[in-house]
Design a binder for this molecule. Sequence first.
Ligand code: AHR
Length: 666
Amino acid sequence: MRKSISFFLLGVFLSVYSINAQARKEFVEKTNRDIDKSGKVISPDLFGLFFEDINYSADGGLYAEQVQNRSFEYNPTERKDWNPFSYWEYITTGYSYGRISVETKSPIHPNNPHYMVIDIEHVGKEAKFTGESGVGLKNPGFGGIVVRSGQKYNFSVFAQQLSDAPIVLSINLQNRKGEVLASSSIATSSRNWQKYTATLTATASCDTSSLVVLAKTEGKIALDVVSLFPEKTFKNRPNGLRADLAQMLADMKPHFIRFPGGCLSHGDGLGNMYRWKNTIGPIEERKEQRNIWGYNQTAGLGYYEYFQFCEDIGAKPLPVLPAAVSCQNTGGTWQLGGIGQKAIPMDEMKDYIQEVLDLIEWANGPVTSTWGAKRAAAGHPASFQLQYVGIGNEDNITPQFEERFKLIFDAVKAKHPEITVVGTVGPAPDGDDFTKGWKIANELKVPVVDEHYYTSPEWFIANQHRYDKYARNATRVYLGEYASWGNKLRNAIAEAAYMTSLERNGDVVRMASYAPLLAKKNFTQWNPDMIYFDNVKICLTPNYYVQKMFSANQGNLYFDKVISKNEKDSTLAASCVQDAKTGDIILKMVNFGKESNPMKVNLGSFKKIVSVAEQTVLAGKGDDENTLENTQKIVPTKSVIKVSKTFEYAVPAMSLTVIRIKTSKK
Ligand code: AHR
């Protein structure tokens, strides 16, 4: 018995050793650098982002569309007082009159059934008294459209001329007094649905403008997908992202992005699951649907845009598809303990599995394949290099879940052994679902599973050794959602301490992402979040800065024994990694305590270090926090410091310090 245990341990040692040796060889070959030999190889994808359209993160947030209810698809299942007219004000100017109606007889596409018809009976000729005359619509955007003087805005609309003569539409942006800030016009030229575009250049700035579309010709016209984007989106992508918000995410240098949820993925009942095929292709053909968080999702920020954003910022995409079951909280049953899970009938599973496989073909397949061709038609012939696919989101591990997960997992493994499937182990760090989920993962040899926990800062401090005890060379962990309850510095520093333990266990923990990511002021369903914003400002929380300090300073090799500290004091934490690309050594030192505390650094095992290093410190009082009114209360400070092979560093009370040290080839 003892002999077989020691053979087993020897086998484990050899396979770990060979992974280490192989990975190190690759680093050296790739970087032509002498990477230190004593480090442990850790995940190259450790820190990334989790994006979910919660708190108006996408529509009204990161997605730069300015028009709210652009396709007249809002309805009472999303919010009781919503309907296709919501956020559209009927306007008549200059003694003009007419009527509007929402119709469904001949839509642009069956996925986009509603459109607005304007019947312009009379256009007043009294314009000299009243300004422009006409009949039309006004949209306030998501709490006001932000316009900046000198900037351009791209307007587009689908229109169908329903009367004989062309209809002239005046397009303008107005402030609350009705003063025009930008204007243009278009004239219809077809009795079929046709897209018209115009560029508006603002002559003044305003944070609360509205878009006005005014028909100036008597007749009848149908309108749909009324859209306005700033010309300057992130990377100037059409149908793109709000540049300032996207830049904050790019600055974190995340190694992956998980999307589109969260609960949004598996949905509020089977009819509300996020089906990726409804979110690609021309925006006028995408299917809007109720957002599980109580509003509408246009799917304008759909799978194509998610993948493109990942590529734009050098992050690996991690799409999460439902495991063919809906959220257990469906129908609000979280109040009853989450008993609302519904499953796709078994006789529909073949099609559902095909949908999962089609995603892989869409992302990676050649342009000659059915789905690869659709990716190419959208403007991306090259593969998106999809490596990870998530199946399920913190589902209740019921027999119906297990049966379906296994079918999907086996199918992906058989057809795409190159894909790493990320499974799920329930919504908590322990308990029944967690145990059952891990049992399935071990039996099926699922490569990675997704753990979630939202808890107190004290829990994070007390549980820093959680992953030290996990089996090596078994299923890896993706800590897909975690946060301590709050946005004060103490919360962020507790998370920082925990993140050093994720680095230490980077051989077991494959990925980790804080949650939720974004929240719009006054439209927030979940607190705390990493970044708060309104239409103009962005508030970066201490939690954001901690995430950024780790994410932008990831390594591939982990070294213990470089930093020594009082091991009995759990308020102190530290880690040392080396980045294979640059050869930089990165030290992270955390103090959750009330007093400054010394740590000793010994870089003796590294060959050549450059003595001038870059230091970033996030420190303050435990209760410090940023708000949209005061975004600068707690921000990291950067400085250049001198380091030597051995030195002592007094880690400030309630702080995270990152020291980045260059190594030299000579
Ligand atoms: O991050 C917010 C929510 O928390 C996610 O949608 C869900 O997965 C978890 O319960």
